[in-house]
Every structure is written in C-alpha cells, then in structure tokens.
Design a protein around this ligand. Structure first.
Ligand code: ADP
Length: 494
C-alpha cells in the first residue's frame, strides 16, 4: 500500500532544525508545523494541522496569491526561487518572511512540500530605514538652493542635482566631462576645476563671474572638494558646489552705485558751499581795504582802534580765504575736476619764485631760507601746481619752525625723477605723526600746532597733487623738536 500520510519521523531535519518549518501535503493541507514556526507565528498546532494553508488566516491576500502560485508550480515539479511574503502573527501584526520550499519526493513522485520560513523583519526594518534615509538625502540634494555635482577621477559627471543642471543650462549631464561644459571650457574656471580633478586641489571662489549657456554673465560662489577614495575602492571623486549670487551681487552693486551718487552729492555740496563763500570773502577784503584807505580822515583817537579792528578782520578773512580755497581744491579732487596741465619747465625758477612769494612771511618770522640750484633742472609737471606745493611746504616750514630757525631747499636728480627737499629746523615730528600726516584734516596734537591757524588740509592736497603728477612725497624727522625734511619727486623733462 502507498503511504498517504507523511510523518515527521521521515524528516530528521524537520525535527532538529531551529528554522521555522511547515510540511504540506500535495493538496496544500498542513501536516506538520515545528516549534520554531509556532514561536514565530504564534497559535497552537491545532490552528494549522489538518487545515488547507490557503484557508487559514496566515498570509495577507497579496502574499496568498503569490504563495498559491508558487506552491502549484512546485507541485508540478518546477523549481522556484525563495520569495518574500507577509504573514499575520497570532496577535494581528505582520511579519516579513522569506519562504524557501522544496517538494517531498517518494519514489520519484511528489507527495508533499517542505516549507522553510525565515524571519526577515529586522532586515526589512533596516532596509526601510535605509530607504527613507536615502529618500531624505535625495530630497535635500534636490531641493537645497546649491548646485551639487559629483565628478569621477576622469572628470566625468557622475551625478548632478537639478539646481546644478539649471545653472549649466542642460538636463543631460551625467557622463559628460565637467571641463567640456560650455560654462567651464575656456573660462576662468577651467584651470581651477582642472586642478581639483587632476591634483585634488580644493578651492573656494567667491562672487566669481561665469557665463550661462546663453552667454549671460552671472555671479556665483564655487567650492571644490576632492573626495579621495570615497567608496573605499581606491577611486577618487570630486565634489563641486555652486551657489548663484547674482541677485546679491546686483543688490551690492546698486548699493555701491547709490553710495557713489550720495558721495557725489556731498562733494557737490562742499564745492558749491566753498564757491559761494568766495564772494563774501572777497567782498570783505575790498571793504577792509577801502576802510583802511579812508582811515586817514578819521580822528587820531579812533584811528588806532579802527586799525586794530581792521587788522583783526584782515587776519581772520585771510584764514577764511585759505580754508575756502583748500576746501575748493579738495572738492574738485573728489569731484574729478581738479586739473593738472603738465609741460616742460625750469624747476629751479619755479622754486625760486615760490621762495620769493614766501619771503615776507619768513622775514617777519626771522627765518632764513637758503637755496642752491647748482644746475638747471627741467621738469615735466604742472608749474603752477608745483609752485603751490612749494608755497605750502615752505609756509609750514616757517609756521612750525622755532625762533631764529632755518630752512634749506635743494633740488637733485633721482633716476628718472627730480627731487625737491625742504628741510627745516622746526618742531619736528614723531613716528606716529608721520603716519597720519597726509590724511585729511590731520593736525599734530601739541600746543605749538594748535596756537597756529590751520585746517589740516594743506598736506593732503600737496600729496594728491604730487601723486597726480606721477611723483611721490615723503617726510623724515629725527623726532619731535629735531626738525623735518619733506621730499617730493616729479618727472624730468620729456
Ligand atoms: P595745517 O593747516 O595744520 O598746517 P597741513 O596739512 O599743512 O595743515 O599740515 C598738517 C599738520 O602737519 C600740521 O598741523 C602740523 O602739525 C604738521 N606739520 C606740517 N608741516 C610741518 C613741519 N614742517 N614741521 C612740523 N610739523 C609739520
């Protein structure tokens, strides 16, 4: 008689295996369930044994379809690959399992099915976690407002996000060479990108210019980072990040433009104000001269008072007049209308002229000026401006000198240039004073300076003029009370 019932005795493996297992007969009736299977799924043996597996609430509907299909195939003698299904635990929750089954043969005939069940819930959970982590990273990668691209060691694009593609102006970038992109090829970026790919040289370029596919100039921050041996397989990659900063750049530019306009208005204001002041200053000067002339007819008692008042007005008006003309010069310089008209001229003559202009002042202060021009020096500069520079330096050398002091002026050749040196025996300068001396409105803080009239604009103007004539101005002093030497250069004749 043929055996109709299978017993576990015939399956030693079934007994000893710690894997959950179920034995079915040819029709799908559950014959045996081992303890491991009961531990995994729950329920008592009675729940399974003697029932058709498709009639008990063991598998989800979808899984049941798959299981029935695979069971039928096996019963027809076909081999099947392990497959994944979801099973209900006795308590109602789902377990992910992998089914691996093989037919039970008797004399070459299929009489049943041995089903092994592997719990893959943990693997599924970590797969799901990995999946959601990857999905999250992908969402960040796609939505961050920065172009991101990964380049292999040959410089080909492995992956690029939409922002990057948008910047490049192309959607098909994978496998294309980064250096061949129109945005990179032949541009200022090319060498830097090449250095990253070939020499693993990281870089950061801020607010750097680039051209779009349509040749529109835009600005961006570029960051390149080598990723050496990224996957642990010895292969090198590079990461390039691009952040378009055009809007920021434009905002900054228009801010600068606005600031320039405001500055221009300010310069214009100083210019107009100083210009308007010139007229009353001149009027006061004439008025004072007229009053001085008519002073002869005034009775003696009043005359002395009047002379004192007029002298005082004259002195203050002179100060005001000097300040107005200095402010005008500075405003013209800022405004860009300060003119320099260079030509060849006899420098020795101009220096002599400036000394004679200042003579009354030096005589009044008892200061001697010596000048030796052993040669004729012809310079190429603006003679009127040079005279102005000289008068300024000489009047300072008188103003900041000591009683019975001296001034010596010298001209000498310095390569392609001529150098004029004005040396005095005056109050001298400290190192700190020298650093700030040519700044606008700078005056040294000491009694000897504050008791003299001055605005602190003279040397600023002098420096600007000398530099506009392609020269340089320097000052040297051995320290306070040790005198000073101002030297400026201008080009020789052309
Ligand atoms: P100011 O109108 O005050 O004379 P300047 O610009 O001509 O303005 O000079 C700036 C400051 O430099 C002066 O206030 C003074 O302190 C200092 N200074 C200029 N020339 C000399 C000099 N020959 N010796 C010492 N100090 C000087």
């Amino acid at each position: 008689m043929k055996k109709t019932e299978l017993t576990t005795a015939e399956f030693p493996l079934f007994k000893i295996s710690s894997d959950p297992m179920i034995v079915l007969d040819k029709k799908g009736k559950i014959l045996r369930v081992n303890d491991s299977a009961l531990a995994l799924i729950g329920h008592k043996k009675e729940f399974f044994e003697g029932k058709l597996f498709m009639q008990i609430k063991l598998l989800t509907p979808q899984s049941k379809v798959l299981a029935v299909k695979n069971f039928a195939k096996r019963m027809l003698g076909r081999e099947i690959e392990p497959y994944e299904v979801q099973m209900y635990h006795e308590k109602g929750y789902l377990i992910d399992v992998e089914i691996n089954a093989a037919p039970i043969l008797d004399g070459g005939k299929i009489i049943g099915d041995l089903v092994s069940i592997r719990d893959i819930s943990k693997r599924k959970i970590s797969e799901n976690e990995l999946h959601s982590t990857l999905a999250m990273l992908d969402a960040i990668y796609q939505n961050v407002p920065v172009g991101i691209t990964l380049i292999d060691d040959e410089g080909n694009i492995v992956k690029a996000n939409d922002y990057f593609k948008n910047i490049v102006g192309d959607t098909e970038l994978e496998e294309r060479g980064l250096l061949d992109l129109p945005m990179v090829s032949g541009s200022l970026l090319e060498a830097t990108f090449e250095d990253l790919i070939k020499n693993h040289q990281s870089f950061s370029l801020y607010d750097s210019e680039y051209s779009t596919k349509k040749e529109v100039v835009r600005f961006a921050n570029f960051i390149g980072e080598p990723l050496k041996n990224m996957n642990g397989d010895g292969k090198d990659f590079s990461l390039v990040l691009i952040e378009d900063t055009t809007d920021l750049h434009d905002a900054h530019e228009s801010q600068l433009q606005r600031e320039k306009e405001i500055q221009k208005l300010k310069d214009q204001f100083v210019f107009v104000a100083a210009h308007e002041l010139k007229t009353p200053v001149t009027a006061i000067k004439w008025g004072v001269e007229m009053l001085s002339d008519s002073g002869k007819d005034v009775p003696d008692v009043l005359r002395q008072n009047m002379e004192e008042v007029l002298e005082n007005i004259t002195e203050n008006n002179n100060r005001l007049s000097k300040l107005v003309s200095e402010l005008l010069d500075v405003a013209r310089m800022d405004y860009g209308t300060f003119k320099i008209e260079p030509k060849n001229f006899n420098l020795s003559e101009v220096v002599e002229k400036s000394i004679s202009t200042i003579k009354p002042l030096s005589l009044a202060s008892g200061i001697e000026i010596s000048f030796r021009a052993e040669d004729v020096f012809v310079a190429y500069a603006d003679p009127e401006r040079v005279e102005g520079v000289m008068v300024n330096l000489l009047s300072n050398a008188i103003k900041y000198n000591v009683e019975g002091g001296r001034i010596s002026v010298d001209i000498l050749k310095k390569g392609e240039m001529l150098e004029v040196a004005v040396e005095d025996t005056g109050i001298g300068l400290s190192k700190d004073d020298i650093e700030k001396l040519f700044e606008r409105f700078y005056r040294v803080e000491r009694k000897e300076v504050s008791e003299k009239a001055g605005s602190g604009l003279g040397l600023y103007i002098v420096k600007q003029i000398v530099e506009k004539m392609d020269g340089e101005i320097t000052v040297e002093s051995k320290g306070r009370d040790k005198g000073s030497i101002f030297r400026f250069t201008i080009p020789q004749e052309k």
